[in-house]
Design a protein around this ligand. Sequence first.
Ligand SMILES: NC(=O)c1ccc[n+]([C@@H]2O[C@H](COP(=O)([O-])OP(=O)(O)OC[C@H]3O[C@@H](n4cnc5c(N)ncnc54)[C@H](O)[C@@H]3O)[C@@H](O)[C@H]2O)c1
Length: 452
Amino acid sequence: MQRRKFIQQTSTIGIIGIASQGFSIGKFVGTEEKVRCGFIGVGARGLSTLSLVLLRKDSVVTAICDIDPITTAKAVKAVTEAGYKSPTLYTDGEHAYKKLLDQKDIDVVFICTPWEWHTPMSVDAMKAGKAVACEVAGAMSIDECWQMVRTYEQTQTPFMIMENVCYRRDVMAVLNMVRQDVFGEMIHLEGGYQHDLREVKFNDGVNYYGGGVEFGDKGYSEAKWRTAHSLNRNGELYPTHGIGPVSSFININRGNRFEYLTSMASKARGLHKHITDHPKGGMNHANAKVDFKLGDVVTTNIKTANGESITLTHDTNLPRPYSLGFRVQGTKGIWMDVNKSMYIEGKSEPHRWESADAYSKTYDHPLWKKYENDASGAGHGGMDWFVLNAFIEAYKRKDPMPLDVYDHASWAVITCLSEQSISLGGEPQSFPDFTDGKWMSRKPVFALGEAY
Ligand SMILES: NC(=O)c1ccc[n+]([C@@H]2O[C@H](COP(=O)([O-])OP(=O)(O)OC[C@H]3O[C@@H](n4cnc5c(N)ncnc54)[C@H](O)[C@@H]3O)[C@@H](O)[C@H]2O)c1
Protein backbone atom coordinates (compact mmCIF):
# COMPACT_ATOMS: atom_id res chain seq x y z
CA MET A 1 0.00 0.00 0.00
CA GLN A 2 1.31 3.44 -0.86
CA ARG A 3 2.77 5.23 2.13
CA ARG A 4 0.61 8.35 1.90
CA LYS A 5 -2.60 6.41 1.34
CA PHE A 6 -1.77 4.08 4.19
CA ILE A 7 -1.19 6.95 6.58
CA GLN A 8 -4.37 8.71 5.49
CA GLN A 9 -6.37 5.56 6.13
CA THR A 10 -4.90 4.87 9.53
CA SER A 11 -4.49 8.43 10.82
CA THR A 12 -7.54 9.79 12.58
CA ILE A 13 -6.36 13.29 13.38
CA GLY A 14 -9.42 15.54 13.15
CA ILE A 15 -9.54 19.25 13.21
CA ILE A 16 -8.36 19.46 15.76
CA GLY A 17 11.33 -5.04 43.27
CA ILE A 18 11.69 -2.19 40.68
CA ALA A 19 15.20 -2.94 39.41
CA SER A 20 14.79 -6.71 39.12
CA GLN A 21 12.84 -6.55 35.88
CA GLY A 22 14.64 -3.38 34.81
CA PHE A 23 15.96 -2.43 31.42
CA SER A 24 19.02 -4.48 30.51
CA ILE A 25 21.56 -1.82 29.61
CA GLY A 26 23.97 -2.67 26.82
CA LYS A 27 21.92 -5.46 25.27
CA PHE A 28 19.37 -5.07 22.50
CA VAL A 29 16.81 -7.79 23.13
CA GLY A 30 14.62 -7.43 20.04
CA THR A 31 13.95 -10.37 17.74
CA GLU A 32 15.82 -10.29 14.43
CA GLU A 33 16.99 -6.80 15.37
CA LYS A 34 13.42 -5.52 15.36
CA VAL A 35 12.16 -3.35 18.18
CA ARG A 36 9.05 -5.05 19.53
CA CYS A 37 6.39 -2.42 20.23
CA GLY A 38 3.31 -2.47 22.44
CA PHE A 39 0.64 0.22 22.11
CA ILE A 40 -1.51 1.44 24.99
CA GLY A 41 -4.26 3.61 23.51
CA VAL A 42 -4.88 3.44 19.75
CA GLY A 43 -7.31 6.33 19.31
CA ALA A 44 -6.48 9.26 17.02
CA ARG A 45 -2.87 9.66 18.09
CA GLY A 46 -2.03 6.03 18.87
CA LEU A 47 -3.26 4.81 15.50
CA SER A 48 -1.35 7.52 13.69
CA THR A 49 1.91 6.59 15.47
CA LEU A 50 1.22 2.89 14.97
CA SER A 51 0.88 3.48 11.23
CA LEU A 52 4.35 5.03 11.19
CA VAL A 53 5.82 2.14 13.20
CA LEU A 54 4.39 -0.28 10.65
CA LEU A 55 6.34 1.47 7.90
CA ARG A 56 9.66 0.94 9.68
CA LYS A 57 11.79 -2.06 8.79
CA ASP A 58 13.32 -2.17 12.27
CA SER A 59 10.11 -2.36 14.32
CA VAL A 60 7.17 -4.67 14.80
CA VAL A 61 3.89 -4.28 16.74
CA THR A 62 3.38 -7.22 19.10
CA ALA A 63 0.62 -5.99 21.43
CA ILE A 64 -2.24 -3.51 21.58
CA CYS A 65 -4.30 -2.39 24.55
CA ASP A 66 -7.39 -0.19 24.32
CA ILE A 67 -10.75 -0.16 26.05
CA ASP A 68 -12.68 0.84 22.92
CA PRO A 69 -13.49 -2.14 20.64
CA ILE A 70 -13.95 0.05 17.54
CA THR A 71 -10.55 1.74 17.78
CA THR A 72 -8.92 -1.58 18.68
CA ALA A 73 -10.38 -3.21 15.57
CA LYS A 74 -9.06 -0.35 13.38
CA ALA A 75 -5.58 -0.79 14.82
CA VAL A 76 -5.59 -4.58 14.35
CA LYS A 77 -6.71 -4.07 10.76
CA ALA A 78 -3.83 -1.64 10.18
CA VAL A 79 -1.32 -4.22 11.49
CA THR A 80 -2.67 -7.17 9.50
CA GLU A 81 -3.12 -5.12 6.32
CA ALA A 82 0.54 -4.15 6.59
CA GLY A 83 1.31 -7.87 6.36
CA TYR A 84 2.02 -8.65 10.00
CA LYS A 85 0.34 -11.21 12.22
CA SER A 86 -2.35 -9.94 14.56
CA PRO A 87 -0.89 -8.54 17.79
CA THR A 88 -1.92 -9.80 21.23
CA LEU A 89 -4.87 -7.75 22.47
CA TYR A 90 -5.65 -6.41 25.95
CA THR A 91 -9.11 -4.92 26.08
CA ASP A 92 -10.53 -6.04 29.40
CA GLY A 93 -10.94 -2.78 31.31
CA GLU A 94 -8.91 0.26 32.27
CA HIS A 95 -6.17 -1.74 33.97
CA ALA A 96 -5.73 -4.33 31.23
CA TYR A 97 -2.54 -2.48 30.23
CA LYS A 98 -0.84 -4.10 33.24
CA LYS A 99 -1.21 -7.48 31.56
CA LEU A 100 0.33 -6.07 28.39
CA LEU A 101 3.32 -5.02 30.48
CA ASP A 102 3.79 -8.67 31.53
CA GLN A 103 4.10 -9.78 27.91
CA LYS A 104 7.68 -10.90 27.26
CA ASP A 105 8.08 -10.01 23.58
CA ILE A 106 7.69 -6.26 24.09
CA ASP A 107 10.72 -3.94 24.23
CA VAL A 108 8.99 -0.56 24.13
CA VAL A 109 5.51 0.78 24.82
CA PHE A 110 3.79 3.76 23.26
CA ILE A 111 1.41 5.44 25.70
CA CYS A 112 -1.23 7.35 23.74
CA THR A 113 -4.07 7.50 26.24
CA PRO A 114 -5.92 10.41 27.91
CA TRP A 115 -3.70 12.64 30.06
CA GLU A 116 -4.70 11.23 33.43
CA TRP A 117 -3.34 7.82 32.46
CA HIS A 118 0.13 8.89 31.37
CA THR A 119 1.81 8.74 34.77
CA PRO A 120 0.40 5.45 36.11
CA MET A 121 1.02 3.74 32.78
CA SER A 122 4.55 5.16 32.36
CA VAL A 123 5.51 4.33 35.93
CA ASP A 124 4.26 0.75 35.63
CA ALA A 125 5.95 0.36 32.24
CA MET A 126 9.30 1.61 33.53
CA LYS A 127 9.02 -0.77 36.48
CA ALA A 128 8.32 -3.60 34.04
CA GLY A 129 11.47 -2.68 32.10
CA LYS A 130 9.64 -1.58 28.95
CA ALA A 131 11.10 1.58 27.41
CA VAL A 132 8.43 4.28 27.32
CA ALA A 133 7.41 6.62 24.50
CA CYS A 134 4.82 8.79 26.23
CA GLU A 135 2.46 11.19 24.49
CA VAL A 136 2.43 14.80 25.57
CA ALA A 137 0.26 16.39 28.27
CA GLY A 138 0.30 18.61 31.30
CA ALA A 139 0.46 16.84 34.66
CA MET A 140 -2.39 16.25 37.09
CA SER A 141 -0.19 17.03 40.12
CA ILE A 142 3.35 18.05 41.02
CA ASP A 143 3.75 14.76 42.83
CA GLU A 144 3.03 12.95 39.58
CA CYS A 145 6.05 14.64 37.96
CA TRP A 146 8.26 13.47 40.81
CA GLN A 147 6.89 9.92 40.47
CA MET A 148 8.01 9.87 36.84
CA VAL A 149 11.48 11.19 37.69
CA ARG A 150 12.05 8.92 40.68
CA THR A 151 10.83 5.83 38.86
CA TYR A 152 13.15 6.58 35.96
CA GLU A 153 16.07 7.10 38.34
CA GLN A 154 15.35 3.83 40.17
CA THR A 155 14.76 1.69 37.08
CA GLN A 156 16.94 3.43 34.48
CA THR A 157 14.34 2.31 31.95
CA PRO A 158 14.49 4.66 28.93
CA PHE A 159 11.71 7.25 28.86
CA MET A 160 11.02 9.76 26.10
CA ILE A 161 8.39 12.46 25.99
CA MET A 162 7.16 12.41 22.38
CA GLU A 163 7.08 16.17 21.76
CA ASN A 164 6.86 16.22 17.98
CA VAL A 165 6.88 20.02 17.58
CA CYS A 166 10.54 20.06 18.66
CA TYR A 167 11.11 18.41 15.25
CA ARG A 168 9.04 20.82 13.13
CA ARG A 169 11.09 21.85 10.12
CA ASP A 170 10.99 25.62 10.64
CA VAL A 171 11.50 25.16 14.39
CA MET A 172 14.63 23.09 13.75
CA ALA A 173 15.91 25.67 11.25
CA VAL A 174 15.47 28.33 13.95
CA LEU A 175 17.25 26.06 16.44
CA ASN A 176 20.10 25.89 13.96
CA MET A 177 20.11 29.69 13.77
CA VAL A 178 20.09 30.00 17.56
CA ARG A 179 23.02 27.61 17.79
CA GLN A 180 24.90 29.62 15.14
CA ASP A 181 24.26 32.81 17.13
CA VAL A 182 22.24 34.47 14.35
CA PHE A 183 19.81 35.94 16.94
CA GLY A 184 22.57 36.84 19.43
CA GLU A 185 21.98 36.19 23.10
CA MET A 186 18.49 34.88 23.85
CA ILE A 187 16.26 37.40 25.64
CA HIS A 188 12.56 36.53 25.22
CA LEU A 189 10.65 33.56 23.79
CA GLU A 190 7.02 32.77 23.17
CA GLY A 191 4.98 29.74 22.21
CA GLY A 192 1.72 28.09 23.04
CA TYR A 193 -1.14 25.94 22.04
CA GLN A 194 -3.57 28.02 20.01
CA HIS A 195 -5.90 25.57 18.31
CA ASP A 196 -9.68 25.75 18.00
CA LEU A 197 -10.74 22.45 19.60
CA ARG A 198 -14.40 23.27 20.16
CA GLU A 199 -15.46 20.36 17.93
CA VAL A 200 -13.62 17.07 17.51
CA LYS A 201 -14.58 15.82 14.05
CA PHE A 202 -13.21 13.16 11.77
CA ASN A 203 -14.02 12.07 8.25
CA ASP A 204 -12.47 8.77 7.15
CA GLY A 205 -13.69 9.16 3.57
CA VAL A 206 -16.80 7.08 4.27
CA ASN A 207 -18.22 8.28 7.57
CA TYR A 208 -18.23 11.42 9.68
CA TYR A 209 -17.52 10.95 13.37
CA GLY A 210 -17.91 13.41 16.21
CA GLY A 211 -18.86 17.05 15.81
CA GLY A 212 -21.74 18.70 17.64
CA VAL A 213 -21.72 19.80 21.26
CA GLU A 214 -21.48 16.53 23.16
CA PHE A 215 -18.64 15.51 25.40
CA GLY A 216 -17.97 12.84 28.04
CA ASP A 217 -19.61 9.49 27.33
CA LYS A 218 -21.56 10.96 24.38
CA GLY A 219 -18.45 12.60 22.85
CA TYR A 220 -16.06 11.30 20.22
CA SER A 221 -12.28 10.77 20.64
CA GLU A 222 -10.78 13.61 22.70
CA ALA A 223 -14.22 15.08 23.45
CA LYS A 224 -14.75 11.99 25.61
CA TRP A 225 -12.11 13.10 28.11
CA ARG A 226 -10.37 16.34 27.16
CA THR A 227 -13.41 18.59 27.60
CA ALA A 228 -13.61 17.45 31.23
CA HIS A 229 -10.36 19.33 31.83
CA SER A 230 -11.93 22.53 30.44
CA LEU A 231 -14.85 21.90 32.77
CA ASN A 232 -12.86 21.37 35.95
CA ARG A 233 -9.49 23.08 35.61
CA ASN A 234 -8.21 26.59 34.97
CA GLY A 235 -4.59 26.69 33.85
CA GLU A 236 -2.10 26.17 31.04
CA LEU A 237 -3.48 22.71 30.22
CA TYR A 238 -1.27 21.79 27.26
CA PRO A 239 2.16 23.38 27.61
CA THR A 240 4.49 21.04 25.75
CA HIS A 241 3.99 22.00 22.08
CA GLY A 242 5.05 25.55 22.97
CA ILE A 243 7.57 24.96 25.75
CA GLY A 244 9.28 21.95 24.12
CA PRO A 245 10.87 23.89 21.25
CA VAL A 246 11.51 26.90 23.50
CA SER A 247 13.39 24.59 25.90
CA SER A 248 15.69 23.34 23.17
CA PHE A 249 16.39 26.94 22.07
CA ILE A 250 17.63 27.91 25.55
CA ASN A 251 18.96 24.58 26.86
CA ILE A 252 16.50 24.01 29.68
CA ASN A 253 17.77 21.33 32.11
CA ARG A 254 21.12 21.56 30.32
CA GLY A 255 22.79 24.69 31.67
CA ASN A 256 19.55 26.54 32.27
CA ARG A 257 16.29 25.93 34.13
CA PHE A 258 12.84 27.39 34.72
CA GLU A 259 12.77 29.33 38.01
CA TYR A 260 9.21 30.59 38.47
CA LEU A 261 6.00 31.41 36.63
CA THR A 262 2.92 33.53 36.95
CA SER A 263 -0.35 32.82 35.12
CA MET A 264 -3.51 34.71 34.32
CA ALA A 265 -6.75 33.41 32.79
CA SER A 266 -9.36 35.37 30.87
CA LYS A 267 -13.05 34.78 31.38
CA ALA A 268 -14.57 31.57 29.93
CA ARG A 269 -17.11 32.15 27.18
CA GLY A 270 -16.08 30.15 24.09
CA LEU A 271 -17.48 26.70 24.86
CA HIS A 272 -20.78 28.02 26.19
CA LYS A 273 -21.27 30.13 23.06
CA HIS A 274 -20.31 27.20 20.86
CA ILE A 275 -23.00 25.06 22.53
CA THR A 276 -25.76 27.66 22.42
CA ASP A 277 -25.03 28.70 18.79
CA HIS A 278 -24.58 25.20 17.37
CA PRO A 279 -27.44 23.67 15.29
CA LYS A 280 -27.12 20.49 17.37
CA GLY A 281 -27.09 22.50 20.63
CA GLY A 282 -29.10 25.62 21.55
CA MET A 283 -30.09 27.42 24.73
CA ASN A 284 -32.19 24.45 25.85
CA HIS A 285 -29.49 21.84 25.36
CA ALA A 286 -28.37 20.28 28.67
CA ASN A 287 -24.76 21.33 28.03
CA ALA A 288 -25.82 25.00 27.79
CA LYS A 289 -26.09 24.92 31.60
CA VAL A 290 -22.53 23.69 32.06
CA ASP A 291 -20.19 26.15 33.76
CA PHE A 292 -16.73 25.75 32.19
CA LYS A 293 -13.86 26.67 34.48
CA LEU A 294 -11.04 27.05 31.93
CA GLY A 295 -10.43 30.66 30.90
CA ASP A 296 -10.54 30.97 27.11
CA VAL A 297 -7.05 32.47 26.95
CA VAL A 298 -4.55 31.50 29.63
CA THR A 299 -1.25 33.38 29.62
CA THR A 300 1.78 32.17 31.54
CA ASN A 301 5.05 34.02 32.04
CA ILE A 302 8.15 32.05 33.00
CA LYS A 303 11.56 33.34 34.16
CA THR A 304 14.67 31.24 33.63
CA ALA A 305 17.90 30.94 35.60
CA ASN A 306 19.80 32.48 32.66
CA GLY A 307 17.49 35.48 32.65
CA GLU A 308 15.24 34.85 29.62
CA SER A 309 11.50 35.49 29.87
CA ILE A 310 8.99 33.16 28.19
CA THR A 311 5.31 33.69 27.45
CA LEU A 312 3.06 30.69 26.85
CA THR A 313 -0.52 30.99 25.60
CA HIS A 314 -3.25 28.35 25.85
CA ASP A 315 -6.21 29.14 23.59
CA THR A 316 -8.43 26.22 22.49
CA ASN A 317 -12.04 27.31 22.98
CA LEU A 318 -12.45 30.34 20.69
CA PRO A 319 -12.73 30.64 16.90
CA ARG A 320 -9.25 31.10 15.48
CA PRO A 321 -6.85 29.63 12.91
CA TYR A 322 -4.18 27.30 14.27
CA SER A 323 -0.84 28.74 15.34
CA LEU A 324 1.61 27.83 18.06
CA GLY A 325 2.65 31.49 18.14
CA PHE A 326 6.40 31.08 18.43
CA ARG A 327 8.65 34.08 18.95
CA VAL A 328 12.39 33.87 19.44
CA GLN A 329 14.08 37.15 20.24
CA GLY A 330 17.71 37.88 20.97
CA THR A 331 20.14 40.78 20.97
CA LYS A 332 20.52 40.60 17.17
CA GLY A 333 17.11 39.69 15.83
CA ILE A 334 13.70 38.08 16.07
CA TRP A 335 11.61 35.28 14.46
CA MET A 336 7.82 35.12 14.69
CA ASP A 337 6.02 32.15 13.22
CA VAL A 338 2.47 33.53 13.10
CA ASN A 339 3.35 35.72 10.12
CA LYS A 340 6.45 33.67 9.19
CA SER A 341 8.65 36.68 9.59
CA MET A 342 12.21 37.41 10.50
CA TYR A 343 14.27 40.43 11.35
CA ILE A 344 18.05 40.18 11.70
CA GLU A 345 19.91 43.40 12.42
CA GLY A 346 22.48 44.17 9.76
CA LYS A 347 20.87 41.76 7.28
CA SER A 348 17.22 42.81 7.11
CA GLU A 349 16.18 46.24 5.88
CA PRO A 350 16.07 48.40 9.05
CA HIS A 351 12.72 48.28 10.88
CA ARG A 352 11.15 46.00 8.21
CA TRP A 353 10.00 42.43 8.56
CA GLU A 354 11.20 39.99 5.92
CA SER A 355 9.87 36.54 5.08
CA ALA A 356 11.39 33.72 7.12
CA ASP A 357 11.29 31.38 4.09
CA ALA A 358 14.79 32.07 2.82
CA TYR A 359 16.22 31.62 6.33
CA SER A 360 14.35 28.34 6.71
CA LYS A 361 16.08 27.09 3.55
CA THR A 362 19.54 28.44 4.38
CA TYR A 363 19.47 27.08 7.91
CA ASP A 364 17.50 23.89 7.19
CA HIS A 365 18.60 21.44 9.88
CA PRO A 366 20.98 18.69 8.69
CA LEU A 367 18.56 16.02 9.96
CA TRP A 368 15.78 17.43 7.80
CA LYS A 369 18.07 17.50 4.77
CA LYS A 370 19.01 13.89 5.43
CA TYR A 371 15.56 12.47 6.17
CA GLU A 372 13.22 14.65 4.13
CA ASN A 373 12.09 11.74 1.94
CA ASP A 374 11.59 9.33 4.83
CA ALA A 375 9.44 11.87 6.65
CA SER A 376 7.40 12.75 3.58
CA GLY A 377 3.70 12.08 4.14
CA ALA A 378 4.03 11.49 7.90
CA GLY A 379 1.73 13.38 10.26
CA HIS A 380 2.02 17.10 11.11
CA GLY A 381 4.23 17.93 8.12
CA GLY A 382 6.69 15.09 8.76
CA MET A 383 7.68 15.92 12.33
CA ASP A 384 5.87 12.81 13.61
CA TRP A 385 8.35 10.67 11.66
CA PHE A 386 11.26 12.48 13.33
CA VAL A 387 10.07 12.08 16.88
CA LEU A 388 9.38 8.39 16.35
CA ASN A 389 12.73 7.90 14.62
CA ALA A 390 14.54 9.61 17.49
CA PHE A 391 12.92 7.32 20.05
CA ILE A 392 13.58 4.10 18.13
CA GLU A 393 17.15 4.99 17.15
CA ALA A 394 18.09 6.19 20.65
CA TYR A 395 16.58 2.98 22.07
CA LYS A 396 18.51 0.74 19.67
CA ARG A 397 21.79 2.53 20.37
CA LYS A 398 21.24 2.64 24.16
CA ASP A 399 21.70 6.41 23.94
CA PRO A 400 20.12 8.78 26.45
CA MET A 401 16.69 9.84 25.15
CA PRO A 402 16.88 13.27 23.46
CA LEU A 403 13.71 14.48 25.25
CA ASP A 404 13.92 12.80 28.61
CA VAL A 405 12.07 12.42 31.88
CA TYR A 406 13.49 15.69 33.24
CA ASP A 407 12.19 17.53 30.19
CA HIS A 408 8.83 15.86 30.65
CA ALA A 409 8.59 16.76 34.35
CA SER A 410 9.65 20.38 33.95
CA TRP A 411 7.23 20.90 31.04
CA ALA A 412 4.26 18.99 32.49
CA VAL A 413 4.50 20.68 35.88
CA ILE A 414 3.71 24.03 34.22
CA THR A 415 0.06 22.96 34.17
CA CYS A 416 -0.09 22.48 37.96
CA LEU A 417 1.94 25.60 38.75
CA SER A 418 -0.22 27.71 36.46
CA GLU A 419 -3.39 26.40 38.10
CA GLN A 420 -1.96 27.34 41.49
CA SER A 421 -0.86 30.77 40.28
CA ILE A 422 -4.28 31.58 38.79
CA SER A 423 -6.09 30.42 41.91
CA LEU A 424 -3.85 32.73 43.97
CA GLY A 425 -4.47 35.83 41.86
CA GLY A 426 -1.33 35.47 39.74
CA GLU A 427 1.16 34.78 42.54
CA PRO A 428 4.56 33.49 41.35
CA GLN A 429 5.11 29.73 41.71
CA SER A 430 8.61 28.24 41.93
CA PHE A 431 9.56 25.29 39.75
CA PRO A 432 10.89 22.20 41.51
CA ASP A 433 14.37 21.28 40.28
CA PHE A 434 13.64 17.78 39.03
CA THR A 435 17.31 17.30 38.11
CA ASP A 436 18.46 17.83 41.73
CA GLY A 437 21.12 20.27 40.52
CA LYS A 438 22.27 18.23 37.53
CA TRP A 439 20.93 20.94 35.17
CA MET A 440 24.15 22.85 35.86
CA SER A 441 26.38 20.19 34.30
CA ARG A 442 24.12 18.35 31.83
CA LYS A 443 25.04 19.05 28.19
CA PRO A 444 22.61 19.62 25.28
CA VAL A 445 21.92 16.49 23.19
CA PHE A 446 18.80 17.36 21.19
CA ALA A 447 19.27 16.96 17.40
CA LEU A 448 23.05 17.03 17.65
CA GLY A 449 23.71 13.52 16.34
CA GLU A 450 23.80 12.28 12.76
CA ALA A 451 21.14 9.58 13.17
CA TYR A 452 18.36 11.41 15.00
N1 LIG B 1 1.72 15.07 19.70
C1 LIG B 1 0.62 15.36 19.03
O1 LIG B 1 0.66 16.03 18.00
C2 LIG B 1 -0.69 14.85 19.53
C3 LIG B 1 -1.82 14.89 18.71
C4 LIG B 1 -3.01 14.36 19.22
C5 LIG B 1 -3.04 13.86 20.50
N2 LIG B 1 -1.93 13.85 21.27
C6 LIG B 1 -1.94 13.28 22.62
O2 LIG B 1 -2.15 11.88 22.49
C7 LIG B 1 -2.90 11.40 23.61
C8 LIG B 1 -4.14 10.68 23.09
O3 LIG B 1 -4.96 11.59 22.38
P1 LIG B 1 -5.93 11.11 21.23
O4 LIG B 1 -6.24 12.30 20.41
O5 LIG B 1 -5.41 9.91 20.57
O6 LIG B 1 -7.24 10.73 22.08
P2 LIG B 1 -8.31 9.61 21.74
O7 LIG B 1 -9.43 9.79 22.70
O8 LIG B 1 -8.63 9.63 20.28
O9 LIG B 1 -7.55 8.25 22.04
C9 LIG B 1 -7.29 7.81 23.36
C10 LIG B 1 -7.44 6.29 23.35
O10 LIG B 1 -7.10 5.79 24.65
C11 LIG B 1 -8.03 4.77 24.98
N3 LIG B 1 -8.03 4.59 26.44
C12 LIG B 1 -8.58 5.39 27.38
N4 LIG B 1 -8.34 4.89 28.61
C13 LIG B 1 -7.62 3.75 28.42
C14 LIG B 1 -7.07 2.77 29.31
N5 LIG B 1 -7.16 2.88 30.64
N6 LIG B 1 -6.42 1.70 28.78
C15 LIG B 1 -6.27 1.59 27.43
N7 LIG B 1 -6.78 2.47 26.54
C16 LIG B 1 -7.44 3.55 27.05
C17 LIG B 1 -9.34 5.27 24.41
O11 LIG B 1 -10.28 4.20 24.25
C18 LIG B 1 -8.91 5.87 23.09
O12 LIG B 1 -8.93 4.92 22.03
C19 LIG B 1 -3.19 12.63 24.46
O13 LIG B 1 -2.19 12.76 25.42
C20 LIG B 1 -3.08 13.78 23.49
O14 LIG B 1 -2.79 14.98 24.11
C21 LIG B 1 -0.75 14.32 20.79
